[in-house]
Design a protein around this ligand. Structure first.
Ligand SMILES: Nc1ncnc2c1ncn2[C@@H]1O[C@H](COP(=O)(O)OP(=O)(O)OP(=O)(O)O)[C@@H](O)[C@H]1O
Ligand SMILES: [Mg+2]
Length: 300
């Protein structure tokens, strides 16, 4: 089997994600790792953030974040641009702190990026950023590229595809899958390396409601620890713990009920009743289009 070009490998590598920023120079390791670790009883990590600040360009993106993450299901919510993706990327060393440090099971992400990424798998919003091989099975096998080719590796690929309901698509062109199937493939290609922690950054944002439910159910059923960044408050409400990020800080850290109530208050406070957008008072879009067309062609 031929592996993809260096350019495609870069897209696949978690060090050089295709859909976002990294502040790493690139340590030559892949976020998709072979699995040489012994299996553990319960997959999970303890991730510690100590007074973490992240400055990207001219902007202080995260400011003074202190966290110990050990719950099985952790949700992250917050407004656009608040720093959620940056926080998520810190957890597997895709972004390293400008000051402070992040430890994954005691490993400093700044110095042990490759080992950290063996423990922490990352699912991006856009699965196309992660899919690099022509067929579904080849794409999953790519994650195991350092495992010697043979029956054992093929069996792992097959088992992983079966577990996500993709076995019938093994030989299909990966890029012809539906959006939901692509996200399941991206998840499969992460899970086949058996990470202890799966970090997913808005994995359902591009999906319709049905596929959103499907991907959410897959994430919910994983034995692994999961950190999920999402704007879908229904999914996040099923987590064990929810972090609310606002303007680079974690402003609430609680069970879903109180954390999401805090988040809703935050959003509502930004929208004083006197500033209800004029669009909210306008007639439905179809009426607007008819009216605007009418104005242009002189029929009204
Ligand atoms: N490489 C970069 N250089 C400069 N600024 C950046 C860089 N990456 C992110 N930022 C800025 O940092 C802020 C936080 O970005 P981040 O992607 O973490 O937000 P987010 O909460 O994930 O937003 P969204 O909900 O839109 O995905 C944004 O204002 C963004 O423009
Ligand atoms: Mg984001």
């Amino acid at each position: 089997m031929r592996w993809p070009s260096a350019r495609a490998r870069d897209r696949r590598s978690s060090d050089l994600p295709g859909d976002g920023a990294s502040n790493l120079p690139g340590d030559g390791t892949s976020g998709r790792s072979e699995d040489e670790r012994p299996m553990r009883g319960v997959p999970g990590c303890v991730v510690t953030l100590e007074d973490v600040h992240v400055r990207l360009g001219e902007r202080d993106v995260l400011r003074g974040v202190d966290l110990v993450l050990r719950e099985r299901r952790i949700g992250v919510v917050g407004a656009n641009g608040s720093g959620k993706s940056t926080l998520a990327r810190l957890l597997n060393g895709l972004v390293v702190p400008t000051t402070g440090r992040v430890l994954v099971d005691g490993l400093d992400t700044r110095r042990h990026g490759a080992q950290v990424r063996r423990r922490v798998g990352f699912v991006f919003t856009d699965p196309d950023a992660q899919i690099v091989m022509p067929t579904v099975a080849e794409d999953v096998a790519y994650s195991l590229r350092k495992v010697p080719a043979g029956a054992a590796r093929d069996a792992r690929v097959r088992d992983a595809l079966e577990a996500r309901g993709l076995a019938d698509h093994a030989d299909h062109p990966a890029h012809l899958l539906s959006g939901g199937q692509k996200q399941l493939l991206a998840l499969t290609s992460v899970l086949v390396t058996e990470p202890d922690l799966v970090v997913a950054d808005e994995p359902t944002t591009l999906l319709d409601r049905r596929n959103t439910r499907r991907v959410a159910a897959e994430l919910a059923s994983l034995p692994q620890q999961v950190v999920l960044v999402s704007h879908d408050l229904e999914i996040v409400s099923a987590m064990d713990r929810v972090l609310v990020v606002d303007d680079g800080r974690v402003v609430a850290d609680d069970e879903p009920g109180p954390a999401l109530a805090h988040y809703r208050r935050l959003v509502d406070d930004d929208l004083p009743s006197s500033s209800v957008p004029a669009t909210a008072l306008r007639p439905p879009a179809a009426t607007q289009v008819r009216e605007s067309r009418g104005a242009q062609d002189g029929t009204r």
